[in-house]
Write a protein that binds this ligand. Structure first.
Ligand SMILES: Nc1ncnc2c1ncn2[C@@H]1O[C@H](COP(=O)(O)OP(=O)(O)OP(=O)(O)O)[C@@H](O)[C@H]1O
Length: 258
C-alpha cells in the first residue's frame, strides 16, 4: 500500500450521530416546599440505529425525560435535540411538525383505530399528513412486521401482540429519526411481549431505526443494546448488551434505601 492508499479513519460524527440527546436537562414541577425536580441535570445521547432502554424506580423521571425528548413537554432549563434540531428553540407549530415528521411513538395501549384494517392503521398518519409514503420503505416495514394476510384484518381480529406490531409499524412507516416507546409490552403476556421486542430489535438491526424504550421489565430491557438507569431525575448508571440478571442486579442496587 502506498502512502496515498491509507485506509481512511472512520468518520466519528455523522455516521453515528445521536438520534436524540439532552444537555443539562432540568425539569421542575411546583415551587418552594412542593418543588419536585423531575429531571435534575441530565446529559445523555441516544445513538442512531441503537435500541436503548430507560429504567429506574417509580418517580425517577423516566416519562418526563422521554416526553421532553419527544417534544411533548418542555424543560425548565437545558436543551433537547432530535438529530441536529434543538427543540427548545422551536415554536409550538414547528414542534408539532417535528413530532409528526421526525418522531414515532408507541404506547402501552395500542391506540389503533378500530374501524380500519391493520395496513390502513399503518399508513393513515402519513396520508393525514399529506405525505406520500416511501413505498420501498413501507414494503420493508411490512415484510419485517410479518403479519401476512392479517394486514387486512381489523384490530379486534388480531391478538394483543399483533396489534402492538401494527402500532410499531405505524411508528416506523414515516421513517422517523427516532421512536419513543413507553412500556410497549406492559399490556402483553410474555410470549406476545417477546414477539414485539423481537420486532423492535429487527427494526433496529435490519432497518437501522433508533428506538428509546421506557420499561420496568428487566426481560424487555435485556433486548436493548444499552440500558440507562435513572434515580431522582439523574442518570446514575448504564450497561451495554446486558443480560436479564445484570439488569435485575442493577435495579436491586437502585432500590436500596439511600
Ligand atoms: N405534572 C406533574 N406535576 C407535578 N409533579 C409531576 C408531574 N409529572 C411528574 N411529576 C413528578 O415528577 C417526578 C418524575 O415523574 P415521572 O412520571 O417522570 O417518573 P417515572 O420514572 O416515569 O415514574 P413511573 O415509573 O411511576 O411512571 C415524580 O416525582 C412525579 O411525581
Amino acid at each position: 500500500m502506498t502512502a496515498t492508499e491509507t485506509t481512511p479513519t472512520p468518520a466519528a460524527g455523522p455516521a453515528r450521530r445521536a438520534a436524540a440527546r439532552a444537555v443539562a436537562a432540568r425539569k421542575t414541577y411546583g415551587s418552594g416546599d412542593t418543588e419536585v425536580r423531575a429531571l435534575d441535570g441530565i446529559d445523555v445521547e441516544f445513538e442512531r440505529a441503537r435500541f436503548t432502554a430507560i429504567m429506574g424506580p417509580s418517580g425517577s423521571g423516566k416519562s418526563t425525560l422521554m416526553h421532553c425528548l419527544a417534544g411533548l413537554d418542555t424543560l425548565t432549563s437545558g436543551q433537547v435535540f432530535i438529530g441536529d434540531t434543538d427543540l427548545t428553540t422551536l415554536s409550538e407549530k414547528h414542534l408539532t411538525t417535528l413530532r409528526r415528521d421526525k418522531v414515532g411513538f408507541v404506547f402501552q395501549a395500542f391506540n389503533l383505530i378500530p374501524t380500519l384494517s391493520a395496513i390502513e392503521n399503518i399508513t393513515l398518519p402519513m396520508s393525514l399528513a399529506g405525505r406520500k409514503p416511501d413505498q420501498d420503505w413501507v414494503d420493508d416495514v411490512i415484510r419485517t412486521v410479518g403479519l401476512g394476510d392479517r394486514l387486512h384484518h381489523r384490530p379486534s381480529e388480531l391478538s394483543g401482540g399483533q396489534q402492538q406490531r401494527v402500532a410499531v409499524s405505524r411508528a416506523l412507516a414515516s421513517r422517523p429519526e427516532i421512536i419513543f416507546a413507553d412500556e410497549p409490552t406492559g399490556n402483553l403476556d410474555s410470549n406476545s411481549g417477546s414477539e414485539i421486542l423481537g420486532f423492535m430489535r429487527r427494526a433496529v438491526d435490519d432497518l437501522e431505526q433508533s428506538i428509546v424504550m421506557v420499561t420496568h421489565d428487566p426481560v424487555a430491557a435485556s433486548w436493548a443494546d444499552r440500558v440507562v438507569f435513572l434515580v431522582d431525575g439523574r442518570i446514575v448508571d448504564e450497561v451495554h448488551s446486558p443480560s436479564r440478571e445484570q439488569i435485575i442486579d442493577k435495579m436491586k442496587d437502585l432500590e436500596v434505601p439511600r
